[in-house]
Design a protein around this ligand. Structure first.
Ligand SMILES: CC(C)(COP(=O)(O)OP(=O)(O)OC[C@H]1O[C@@H](n2cnc3c(N)ncnc32)[C@H](O)[C@@H]1OP(=O)(O)O)[C@@H](O)C(=O)NCCC(=O)NCCS
Length: 167
């Protein structure tokens, strides 16, 4: 079953993923940024600034998605394209709405938009077990470290790539 209509890459993993959350997925806009920042500051020890979100939203090739429920923002995703590689830059869900499949739904929409071409990579803190579990469940695999990537505590970043089906 291709729950998200994804062809090829990602479809098998998403078929195994939690049931899609009953939220609306739409393009993230500048008007969402106050709500984005409210979630961001609860989600990360070193949250992105407003300027960082504005920069990402200004990139014409980027994928910036909002998950909303009854008009209320409950999660977001930012993905940027560099040459033929997509970088998942940011994803977060409001703490009180986690484990409902919202991030999986956002990632499923991202995979629809990135399509079968291009590759997807991300960096994650090795200590972020929930995020790593989610990415692994969707087919991302660890492929090395970036030494002392996180400035706040000197933690390495784990580099992950979404593997091709059967790869
Ligand atoms: C990581 C994050 C985005 C996941 O959002 P979410 O909407 O709760 O994720 P989902 O409900 O789609 O979870 C999908 C799967 O990921 C795994 N997972 C998610 N959270 C987990 C947790 N706390 N512990 C273990 N596994 C977890 C599970 O396999 C889960 O499926 P299940 O609920 O059926 O077991 C959310 O925890 C978050 O916003 N964290 C803070 C920001 C962050 O760390 N972002 C990632 C930066 S790289």
């Amino acid at each position: 079953m291709r729950r998200f209509g994804v062809t090829d890459r990602g479809s098998a993993a998403l078929a195994e993923a939690p049931a899609a959350a009953p939220v609306q997925i739409r393009r993230l806009g500048y008007g969402d940024l106050p709500a984005v920042l409210a979630i961001e500051r609860r989600a990360f020890t070193t949250p992105w600034s407003l300027a960082m979100f504005v920069l990402e939203l200004s990139k014409p090739s980027g994928i910036c998605l909002a998950a909303s429920d009854d008009g209320r923002l409950v999660g977001y995703l930012i993905c940027s394209r560099y040459a033929d590689v997509w970088h998942l830059m940011n994803i977060a869900v409001a703490p009180e709405r986690r484990r409902e499949g919202i991030a999986t739904t956002l990632l499923g929409r991202m995979l629809e938009l990135t399509g079968p071409d291009g590759r997807i990579t991300l960096e994650v803190r090795p200590s972020n077990r929930p995020a790593i579990a989610m990415y692994e469940r969707l087919g991302f695999r660890a492929a090395g470290n970036r030494r002392r990537y996180y400035h706040d505590n000197g933690e390495d970043a784990l580099i992950m790539w979404l593997e091709e089906p059967g790869g």
